[in-house]
Design a protein around this ligand. Sequence first.
Ligand code: FEO
Length: 183
Amino acid sequence: MEKQIVTPKRSLTTETEKLLNNQVGKEASSSSAYLSMASWCEKSGYANAAEFLYRHSDEERMHMLKLFRYINDAGGHALQPAIKDIRHEYKSLRDVFEQVLEHEIRVTESINNIVDHCFTIKDFATFQFLQWYVTEQREEETLARRALELFDIIGEDGVGLWTIDQELGKLESFVQDGGAEQA
Ligand code: FEO
């Protein structure tokens, strides 16, 4: 007979567990979407944009794992999500980065909803854990907006797209150096 494992008591509520697992799905979906975008950029000749997106795909997987481990550490059950509806084709390089910004805004809304929920039910441990995501989302939205600005500032005609691709490869250092704070 299979041995029964006694479920220890925990302070994580079922509702919070469900919201966190839902966020695991969003981070996994982000990782897959950025991987698909990286592939499109690479085969379209935008090597620096591709590298940027490959790195971001890895980062999103790290975001997913951080949540995954937290759920289990808090006594819940982290669930491997199914990834659906990944887009493989894009109209242009600009289209790719428009999707990145829209995607990040949706993720921020989702994080904010969970933070709000945790505060309301006084789950301050999860509330505190999620502050890392709050900061991260602000940085990622800044990065995506900055990427889109490049298209307007540089322009896409002539060598414009080539130059934009070069600049996309330097974007992370812009945010890390505090450029976003100063802009
Ligand atoms: Fe982890 Fe950019 O959402």
